[in-house]
Design a protein around this ligand. Sequence first.
Ligand SMILES: [Zn+2]
Ligand SMILES: [Zn+2]
Length: 415
Amino acid sequence: MKTSKSMMLLVGFLTISTMLLAQPETNIETTKMSETLYHFKVTTFYPVSTLASIGPDGILLVDPGMEQSNTELMKVLAELSDLKVTKVINTHSHDHHTSMNKYFGETAEIVGHAASIDLMRSDLDVLVEWPQKAFPSWSIESDTSFVFNGEEIRLIPVTGGHCKDDLLVYFPDSKVACTGGVLKSGSYPMVDFARGGDFRGFPELADKALSIFPRDVTFVQSHGDNFDYTQASEYVKRLDRSIPLIKKAVASGKTPQEMIDENILSVLADDDHAYPNRRFWIQTIHRGLTMKNNGVKKSLTAPIYHALMNGNGTDAVKTYRELKKSNPEEFGFNENVLNVLGYYLLGKDRLDDAIIIFKLNVKEYPRSFNVYDSLGEGYMNRGNLWRAKRNYKKSIRINPENQNGIDMLEKLATL
Ligand SMILES: [Zn+2]
Ligand SMILES: [Zn+2]
């Protein structure tokens, strides 16, 4: 199922979004922030920010964004300048910010944190299949600055917050900063444990990051509206105060649900509609404190991906079964892994293999509505309409609110 899949990608940091999702509508809101800087709030499934410096040196982009929005973004850039993109800066390597590296990497210099390349080469990004030109050609190891379009640009690498490759990007003349997953407003942090993020040092890291900037700075929010210094300092305070409260509750043996029911963070000003909200933050810290290795398990995607690349769907099922038998604790088994691999295969037009993987997911997680929905989509792609219908119906039986399934059945009825 596409919608929940895209949300899972955002929520679960699965770094495969750009190739798997169907072509969505793109909406771009442009704001001129200074003489040279433009902010683009690019919304496909969810908003992702891109910042551009445009002037005589050409175009510099901070976080070029998702593959699906590229055509629209290039149209907007062409209206503003005849010059090419010559530099791209990544605030970190999550692929919904950096997928376009592979296009710009032909001619532009890609600038990123020194830790980004190892992450992009790791099993975590195996489905992204990054080509060499997508990797940063200029790796930032310490505070650095350079001049572009007549303006100084400061790059400050930090580590162990959102990920281990967070890069703060600051335009002091324009008083604009892109801080990726480090500073935000109205919510709590997203901590990607698997990519080296950690909640323990987050308040200190965020506080230090904030101290770099003047009071009249404008922060570009990676996902959402831009925010000011006061909002950023409220965010830092919220982290500072929430972590000890959650730690205390974990030490007394409370489960995340008990903490949420008791509303242990009620003293903090917070917007429950923001994401990640306090529920997510409690779960993150609980997981970090109670599970071995912060709950990070080995990537199950990688061995199955390799089995698929060296063979076919049947080989992948064999690998899955062997791993489940011999290493059930070591690998992260969950329905999302197979679902995403199935969509990856659909995207590659390997329909038979996709169906084999979706069928395995149905066997493994027969009570999930989404596995039937995905298998339905597999059959629909292969033209097995009767089987597609049968699976969408099963999906709706389990979850009568599965709007995607309802819509697909309506569509199938007309075929
Ligand atoms: Zn991120
Ligand atoms: Zn992001």
